[in-house]
Write a protein that binds this ligand. Sequence first.
Ligand SMILES: Cc1cc2nc3c(=O)[nH]c(=O)nc-3n(C[C@H](O)[C@H](O)[C@H](O)COP(=O)(O)O)c2cc1C
Length: 268
Amino acid sequence: MKAIIFYRSSYRGNTLKIAQSMAEALSAELVSIDNTPSTDLSEYDLIGFGSAINFAAHDIRLQRFVAEQDLEGKNVFIFSTRCRPLLGAYHKPLRNIIESKGGIVTGEFSCRGYDRTGLWVLIDGYNKSRPNEMDIFKAKLFAEKIKWKLHPLATIYKVPVNAHFSGTAIRKKDAEIIAGNKVVFLNTSTCVSCGKCIEVCSMHIFALKGKVLPINEDNCIQCRLCADKCPTSSIFIKESFLNGLRIAFRESFSDKLQKSYNSDDKGR
Ligand SMILES: Cc1cc2nc3c(=O)[nH]c(=O)nc-3n(C[C@H](O)[C@H](O)[C@H](O)COP(=O)(O)O)c2cc1C
């Protein structure tokens, strides 16, 4: 997925800290709108826009910048830093602009930022040390969530199964062949058989059967290391509460997970 983030952070660099964390999580280009960027957005799958909240809305320059973009059918997310404890309707003006340009708002994030204006000078500023480490971490989690929500295999579980191979369900998505039953899905058409998933999976879910396949997905503990390390983004883990529950039961009332973990020293 190709992502780009546009930001303005003119007061204290508060929003820039958040933008950097998101850009890292998405491997996105990070662009300040102050540098009057050239903006052909056609090649991007995901676009982020963020700034401070200045006078109850996003920075006016960011709003004007967004109003000039063609966002038809584009997935867009919004973020901000602000002084007040509650976000309220601060994002509404920017959200309205994005939607009027045909963009699809897939997520919104906001956190507090240090402010030493107005009355706050009396106490040497409000929200001291914000955004802090936790804010920056939450921004990263937010970005990762969007990344997985938009993954090409995110809805593959809804596609009917065509066949089985080595006990693994096989589905077709356009011309691509996807292996996986309910939890671990692998696009065998884009997989380059590098073996990274086999190496990092401590539960031994993957095996080389001519091609790499998720042969043992009942033991997946949803750590997502395989998907994070896959160089071609060919793996999708369908996380769910039910699967979490299943893992907890397996761990508590049987030794299947422990056995799978202990079955081989490879990759540890
Ligand atoms: C001119 C100005 C206006 C502001 N207006 C608001 C506001 O209406 N509501 C709010 O919660 N914070 C407001 N703030 C606080 C900023 O949103 C906050 O400090 C933000 O984290 C600054 O981000 P930046 O360093 O990325 O520019 C304002 C700050 C400035 C300088």
